[in-house]
Design a protein around this ligand. Structure first.
Ligand code: AMP
Length: 420
């Protein structure tokens, strides 16, 4: 029989990799504390309609990538393909509009998209995301961008750029879309199959197609920032002035539109210098219509999400060292059945003193047990045989020097605590 493997596009995160994840989570928690965000966790699946209405039926995420299924009661459900709509659903469901606004929430979430797997692109990936809901001021746009950049800097990452654009709102976007259609109509034949469909269904997405033929058409396309209504224009200008005050440099990228329908006004991405748009570390934007799209009264919001797998990849390529997982302090070895029972007792005494340890089942030779202790990377082994049992002691072996010393368990506690 063939052995089972993790599904295509998913990955096991093995113990050796975990220090990177703990490191990233630690920095994320610290940033959230500094910017006043509280943690929220939402279910891994939702009613599919939540995403159909917010992310949009014409988007790749919904039309091609969403894991959608009927449950046993025939309800149409979807594995979460992004984190913002569920947080907004929870905001409405729990009456958070009655709290002081903006409500600032962050999450760590597994995200599912049926994409073609490649380096840094998975079918299940992990995001750290933040949402500030209930305030339309561009001050918040600047704060979220500042927070995102500070997060990446706090990880030690360098060499990334902030790509920025404004895609307007439902008042000014139709004018821009009309100009886009006029620009693309004579170029229809040179577009890829997907873009011909986008031309009808979702013209904004023509701008971020990665196919070379479509890219040259996109480069010369009308820019959304040139068609903003007065309100969106003022919002964008204010944001840029706040970014200047924060000394944040950005690249105005008129082809940045992001793959979800709910975005309005500000959109941004953080891209590694050597990567390009396919390898973004994170991105976000304003979504002033999202909450109304899912049935609430209009409430503005802005958010940001970073991909943890991409961050791990960049930590490795930038050779950033993270603290290893703490090893157990001692390995308890024993010789014979009675000693084994004694080792079990001693293990409880040590653990009650907060000493992390491994205990051998004692079924193998002392030599084999010490080999295991060595592989586990402990500094000390404590050996219990017949003599030690009689004396109520353990034989403590320094694994580095091979020196041995007999002592009582309480003396071992002192030794291990001093060695910490
Ligand atoms: P998005 O929701 O598409 O803006 O994604 C936010 C971030 O999640 C991106 O900037 C990437 O860092 C990461 N990301 C998105 N899709 C994937 C994927 N399929 N595999 C790994 N990371 C991803």
């Amino acid at each position: 029989m063939n052995l089972f493997k993790a599904p295509r596009g998913t990955a096991d995160i093995l113990p050796d990799e975990q220090p990177y994840w703990r490191y990233i989570e630690g920095r994320a928690l610290e940033i959230c504390r500094l910017y006043g965000f509280s943690r929220i966790s939402t279910p891994i699946f939702e009613e599919a309609g939540l995403f159909l209405r917010s992310v949009g039926e014409g988007t790749d995420i919904v039309s091609k990538e969403m894991y959608i299924f009927k449950d046993r009661s025939d309800n149409e459900m979807a594995l979460r393909p992004e984190g913002t709509a569920p947080v907004c659903r929870a905001y409405l469901e729990h009456g958070m509009d009655n709290l002081p606004q903006p409500v600032k929430l962050f999450y760590f979430a597994d995200i599912f998209r049926y994409e073609r797997p490649q380096a840094g692109r998975y079918r299940q990936h992990h995001q750290f995301g933040c949402e500030a809901i209930g305030d339309q001021s561009p001050v918040l746009d600047a704060e979220i961008i500042h927070m995102a950049l500070s997060f990446f800097e706090s990880l030690g990452l360098t060499n990334f750029s902030l790509q920025l654009n404004s895609i307007g709102c439902k008042k000014c976007r139709p004018g821009h879309l009309q100009k886009l259609k006029e620009h693309y109509a004579p170029l229809r034949e040179q577009l890829c199959d997907d873009c011909r469909i986008r031309l009808e269904k979702n013209p904004l997405r023509l701008l971020d197609c990665k196919k070379p033929a479509c890219q040259s058409a996109a480069d010369l396309a009308p820019k959304s920032a040139d068609y903003l209504c007065p309100e969106c224009g003022r919002h964008f200008e204010s944001l840029k002035s706040y970014l200047a005050a924060l000394k944040i440099k950005f690249v105005l990228n008129h082809r940045l539109v992001r793959g979800l329908d709910y975005y309005t006004k500000t959109v941004f991405e953080i891209q590694p210098a050597d990567g390009g748009s396919q390898s973004a570390l994170g991105g976000g934007g304003r979504y002033d219509d999202l909450i109304a799209m899912i049935g609430g009264k209009p409430v503005p919001g802005i958010g940001f999400a970073a991909g943890l797998e991409r961050i791990v990849l960049n930590l490795k390529t930038q050779n950033i060292k993270v603290a290893p997982v703490e090893r157990p302090a001692v390995y308890l070895a024993c010789l014979g059945d009675d000693a084994r029972a004694e080792a079990v007792k001693v293990s409880a005494v040590l653990r009650a003193e907060d000493i992390a340890l491994l205990i051998s089942s004692g079924e193998r030779s002392l030599k084999a047990q010490l080999r295991n202790a060595n592989t586990a990377g402990v500094r000390y082994a404590a050996i219990i045989g017949g003599d030690e049992m009689k004396a109520g002691t353990v034989m403590v072996r320094n694994m580095e020097t091979g020196e041995q010393q007999e002592m009582r368990p309480d003396e071992l506690v002192v030794l291990l605590k001093d060695a910490k």
